[in-house]
Design a protein around this ligand. Sequence first.
Ligand code: PRP
Length: 181
Amino acid sequence: MRELHPDLKQVIVSEEDIQKRIKEMAAQIEKDYANAERIILVGVLKGAFIFLADLARALSKEHVVDFIAVSSYGKSGSVAGAVRMVLDMREPIVNEHVIVVEDIVDSGHTLDYLIHTLKGRQPASLKTCALIEKKRDKLTVPVDYLGFDIPDVWVVGYGLDYAERYRTLPFVAELKPEAYQ
Ligand code: PRP
């Protein structure tokens, strides 16, 4: 087995488990959207780009890939929940079946903001999909397709970064506290 980077404490979700779960999630989505003409997958940059790439390729249902980017202030500061859009989707979503694809639901503020914003654009349906969700106090946001529940620790890998590092690790791992303190 490849040795873990010294900043990492342990693997939380292995590459094998991620890939297996993505196939299951794709199969569920195909079943649920059997009667839809196509799906619009909206990846939330930057973190979701790897998960979206794998999910989209596991999906045999016709789909369009689009992206959105948001910026959140006060994650560890005082203005918790202030989310703003920094890059919008390229196509309108009126009468489309939309799935928002996130790498992680942490406080829930990003997904909550996106649900409210995209609902206002009158899609035929709007669902959410996240690879991981942290078990912690957070906003109640519906995650229709969830890969894994994980403990409330700082995780990196599979799209998730710490200061832009570790995004391309094929697994999700816990960062040692001394690496960010
Ligand atoms: C991460 C992640 C989600 C968001 C979830 O993005 O990709 O979009 O945080 O957190 P929340 O549930 O507390 O709102 P981040 O702001 O780190 O930006 P990035 O994806 O560009 O790394």
